[in-house]
Design a protein around this ligand. Structure first.
Ligand code: ADE
Length: 223
């Protein structure tokens, strides 16, 4: 899979992809992530990419020209399955959407800033708009990192058997059961006996029950 991210703040996106699972996924050649600094596509010598809003009002709006220039260049090099704009009023990200996005080959993610992008970008250039929650971030970069992380961990070969994404919360419509590790007794706080029993069938049954109980308690909307 290849992900091209268009941003005015590439520095903000460097670190999330340089560690742990996301780094390993790139090293293994399972995903390619390319950051495109939008200012490189500015149409003026000051390298600006935003301007005042027509009709007045506070806040700058990101211009269509540099965005179109960058998207056109990328589209001339390969075909894209989706051109995604990160926006708080987009479709809400959930595990089902991450699963679907993880099956795609090439995607572009456009990060917004200021008062958002010129509406014509949304009307004509992007194919999908995604929100990561009902709150407003300062820009789309952190939201883009969340989307990428949730997709990349699902790509075949990224996680090993023990950490398989199949066991993630939400993957089977439930949240994950409680997990414990050593010591079995910490100041009298004990790990449930069944997990120490070695009886796989009983352990599976206990985990399923706990997952169901937790989902009923915390996220009944999932059931
Ligand atoms: N940009 C700003 N806020 C956002 C959000 N909640 N989701 C996606 N992109 C955003």
């Amino acid at each position: 899979m290849r992900i091209d991210i268009i941003t005015v703040l590439p520095e903000l996106l460097e670190s999330p992809f340089q560690h742990s699972i996301l780094k390993r996924a790139q090293t293994k050649g399972l995903v390619e992530i390319h950051l495109h600094p939008l200012r490189d596509y500015s149409t003026n010598k000051h390298r600006t990419v935003d301007d005042y809003s027509y009709g007045g009002g506070a806040g700058m709006v990101m211009c269509i020209e540099p965005i179109a220039k960058c998207i056109d260049k990328l589209k001339s090099e390969r075909t894209y399955d989706e051109i995604i704009y990160m926006s708080p009023d987009g479709e809400m990200l959930d595990q089902k959407m991450s699963n679907q996005l993880s099956t795609l080959k090439n995607i572009i993610i456009l990060c917004g800033h200021y008062k958002g992008v010129d509406e014509r970008v949304r009307e004509h250039l992007v194919t999908r708009e995604i929100s990561i929650g009902n709150y407003v971030l300062s820009g789309g970069e952190l939201a883009a990192a969340v989307v990428c992380d949730s997709i990349i961990r699902l790509l075949p070969g990224v996680l090993n058997d023990e950490t398989s994404a199949l066991f993630d919360s939400f993957q089977d419509g439930m949240i994950a059961p409680p997990a414990y590790t050593r010591p079995a007794d910490f100041n009298g706080w004990k790990v449930p006996d069944v997990l120490l029993s070695g009886n796989e069938k009983e352990i599976d049954k206990w985990r399923h029950e706990k997952a169901l109980e937790r989902t009923k308690q915390r996220r009944p909307d999932l059931l």
